[in-house]
Design a protein. Structure first.
Length: 123
């Protein structure tokens, strides 16, 4: 997987004069980001010394940088294309919520209503 993502997530070139501290490699940051997503650990509680990863804050900043540069949608599209070609993409487990699909104000409401509120009123 990394061989295909490395060109997309490459770091910008360092300045010649006053280059600052050397950055962690994109691969290490991606591993830290995947650790947080997989384990649902808060960014500031990543056990980076034990795992040999950058700190959670460093990984979070790199994730934001990649998002600002528009690299995450390109990486996602690349991985989805490869999974689709290998016939390993399962669209039956897709979740759509308001953070992914815009909910318009003033749109007509669904007529389907939950029975939970009526049952809760009589207990």
């Amino acid at each position: 997987m990394w061989e295909r993502l490395a060109p997309l997530l490459a770091d910008p070139p360092r300045r010649f004069r006053y280059p600052g501290r050397a950055r962690y490699s994109p691969r290490e940051c991606l591993e830290g980001i995947l650790f947080v997503l997989y384990t649902d650990t808060p960014w500031l509680e990543v056990p980076y010394r034990e795992l040999g990863l950058p700190s959670g804050e460093t990984c979070r900043r790199r994730l934001e940088e990649w998002q600002r540069r528009g690299l995450l949608p390109a990486a996602l599209q690349l991985l989805q294309g490869e999974l689709a070609q290998a016939d390993k993409l399962d669209w039956s487990r897709v979740i759509v919520d308001a953070s992914l699909v815009e909910a318009k104000k003033g749109a007509p409401r669904s007529r389907a209503r939950s029975k939970a509120s009526r049952e809760a009123a009589f207990t």
